[in-house]
Design a protein around this ligand. Sequence first.
Ligand SMILES: CSC[C@H]1O[C@H](OP(=O)(O)O)[C@H](O)[C@@H]1O
Length: 405
Amino acid sequence: MTSTTKTLEAIKFDRKEIKLEILDQLLLPYSTTYIPIKSIEDGFQAIKLMQVRGAPAIAIVGAFAVVVDTYIYLQAATSNRPIGELIKSIDYLITSRPTAVNLANALNDMKTLIVETECENVNEKVYRALLHYATALYDDDLANNIKIGYHGYKYISDTLKQQNFKGPFSIITICNTGSLATSGHGTALGIIRSTYQSLSKENSNEEFYLQHVYPCETRPYNQGAKLTTYELDYEQIPFTLICDNMVSSLINSLNSKQVKDQSAPIKFIIVGADRIVKNGDTANKIGTFQLSTIAKYFNSKFTKEEQKIKFIVAAPKTTIDLQTQHGDDIVIEERPSNELTTLTGPVLKQSGDVGEKLTVGIATPGISVWNPAFDVTPHELIDSIVTEDEQVYTKDANGEFHLTK
Ligand SMILES: CSC[C@H]1O[C@H](OP(=O)(O)O)[C@H](O)[C@@H]1O
């Protein structure tokens, strides 16, 4: 289905018909097209191609892909399907994107459930266990995102009160961490949604209010330019798109110079996560690490608390990986060079109609390209980690996080 009506529902799972569809995010923001996922292979391709992306969303789509694959097999079962074959297919699905721990966590949980049924072949009992797990994963993610949003808003409000901050403030974010990256509401963008709901100029009962959001375009895949602007526009949250290389100058103009009162300084940089390891080091979209270094630079320069910037990581606890001790141990996915050397999108006609997709070159052909999808922000540069737990994680006197599952 292709339409121009806006939707933020990245994943559609029909619990009666056992049908899975995903919003093809490669076509956003210009057209709304849902594509069916009918097998583990369909799920692998959609995740690998980033038709669906976002750490929580790919875990949910991966889980539902296992469910629909199993359901369709049972509907047509002509021969036995050994459990080992299903587990092998799930292991293949895990390889679609290695950095986001949510995908591996969810699919490994499903493998455990399959083994615990003690069945030799795929059957109704196995299917029911998988269906229950996948629907709970989806429902829990949505509930957790609402909690992350609220806890993040409270942390922001409490921080500004402690700083005796007054007036308008702004937030920077990177990549897309909203409804299009999760089952809904989002993580970092979920905090921005919840904060704007309570602290917009019209709604705020405090001496401060959220005036503006600055999403980074997030080269090379442009999740910020294509997806986060789509979500902020949908929610009518005031924002201005910036290039990733504009952040230092933006902060300098809003926070450093003697600016007019309505400058709305940047007070928070809020990012998502693909894997948070035991010491708090966090893998997230490439470009996140340098945002944390920029915040550290300005905070070392600023003398007044009301100028200082907090660096917040937002994620459900399904993104926490306590088995990995240090950020250096995180496998960073490297993506195809054409994501840097070309741009793909629809022709925008004078009439305002959207034409066919085109790919244009933007770099010298055949050159060496480095395209890591993520980087690792050291825990030293992270002020807080907001999860569905009421207690926001901050570092102790020794500068250490104490994360739990
Ligand atoms: C809540 S989304 C978490 C995370 O996923 C995104 O990566 P990608 O778009 O490559 O799947 C980005 O790193 C977000 O911060």
